[in-house]
Design a protein around this ligand. Structure first.
Ligand code: NAD
Length: 334
């Protein structure tokens, strides 16, 4: 199949070229995001391969269909950026990479928790300046504290396992229980109970119409004061303006983000020579108890290999059987 690969970085090219060897697929790499405007780049392609900040809305899907595209291969787990109903109407198949390395994201989540709790970034900067004072660096033991994990699929379950290893009491919330988490000693509770009782809350559910702004002003008001909030899932799970108010009041004690609602115009690019235009993001960066990274939780060698291999297998499945192994059906949004 001829495949137009959007939002390509050098590392994508390296891993995809290796995975595609011998597959017969012809990959064409493009740096821009897929949008309505860049859709003509897909001319003559059978498939588009897209990532988290590409847009496959109804208009863009119709535009790439006009160019010959029949298949959308997401090289990520989340599919919130694809209008599945429109794809269904247009007769296009959509596939994703459901679990390329849940450990990559889970381990990174723990990294954010430890770095925030023990103020590692502040401490590192201080020591480089010759400041060895411990003022303001006080953390707390994780052992014996309560963590709340929202969404206990592949990533959430891996997070639960590690948190239990720290000796934490782990509360979980999901639409369905994961027996692995129960076996690991997590306790399923209502979302309200989880938010009210946790010292640390970490989000691992997908972004859907139901979960958009799951953490809003009301939810923040219900938190245990000083709670740590971590989001490595999708930015729009959190209302950033409400979070700023929560940080100012102290209701949120610290915040770790690897994703941001308006990240599409920021993340994955070197913008260090440009003026930051997003005032909400700029305000978040001013807090000493906020740690933000640019959507890198997935970024391990194992994950990139698995993403490329599964995507190539999805392309081959669609080409040979008319159905990719990891198809995202329109039911996923119903
Ligand atoms: P998964 O499909 O294995 O698990 C998602 C879980 O969320 C499921 O158990 C599902 O039942 C649950 N869920 C769905 N709707 C819910 C709701 N309304 N409330 C509570 N739980 C709900 O997915 P995963 O592989 O664990 O990934 C989780 C999310 O992590 C993805 O959707 C993606 O947005 C994000 N992600 C981020 C990165 C990164 O680099 N930062 C990388 C991969 C995935």
């Amino acid at each position: 199949m001829k495949v137009a690969v959007f939002s390509t970085k050098n590392y994508d090219r390296d891993f995809f070229e290796k995975a595609a060897e011998g597959s017969g697929h012809e990959l064409h790499f493009f740096e821009p995001h897929l949008t309505r405007e860049t859709a003509p780049l897909a001319r003559g392609a059978d498939a588009v391969c897209i990532f988290v900040n590409d847009s496959a809305d109804a208009e863009t899907l119709a535009a790439v269909k006009e160019e010959g595209v029949r298949f959308v291969a997401l090289r990520c787990a989340g599919f919130n950026n694809v209008d599945l109903a429109a794809a269904h109407r247009l007769g296009m198949s959509v596939a994703r990479v459901p679990a390329y390395s849940p450990h990559a994201v889970a381990e990174y989540t723990i990294g954010l928790i430890l770095a925030l709790n023990r103020k590692l970034c502040r401490a590192h900067n201080r020591v480089r300046e010759g400041n060895f004072s411990l003022e303001g660096l006080l953390g707390f033991d994780l052992k014996g504290k309560t963590a709340g994990v929202v969404g206990t699929g592949a990533i959430g379950a891996a997070v639960v396992k590690i948190l239990k290893g720290f000796g934490m009491h782990v509360l979980t919330y999901d639409l369905r229980q994961n027996p692995d988490c129960v076996a690991d000693g997590a306790q399923y509770v209502s979302v309200d109970e989880l938010f009210a009782a946790s010292d640390i809350i970490t989000l691992h559910c997908p972004l859907t119409p139901d979960t958009r702004h799951l953490v809003d002003a009301d939810r923040i008001a219900s938190l245990k004061p000083g709670c740590m909030l971590i989001n490595t899932s999708r930015g729009a799970l959190v209302d950033a303006r409400a979070v700023i108010d929560g940080l100012k009041s102290g209701q949120i004690g610290s915040l770790g983000l690897d994703v941001y609602e308006e990240e599409a115009d920021l993340f994955f690019e070197d913008l260090s020579n440009y003026m930051l235009q997003d005032d909400v993001f700029a305000r978040l960066l001013t807090f000493p108890n906020v740690l933000i990274t640019g959507h890198q939780a997935f970024f391990t060698e194992e994950a990139l290999s698995a993403i490329a291999e599964t995507t190539i297998a999805n392309l081959t499945g669609f080409e040979k059987q008319g159905r990719p192994e990891f198809e995202v059906s329109v039911e996923a949004i119903r």
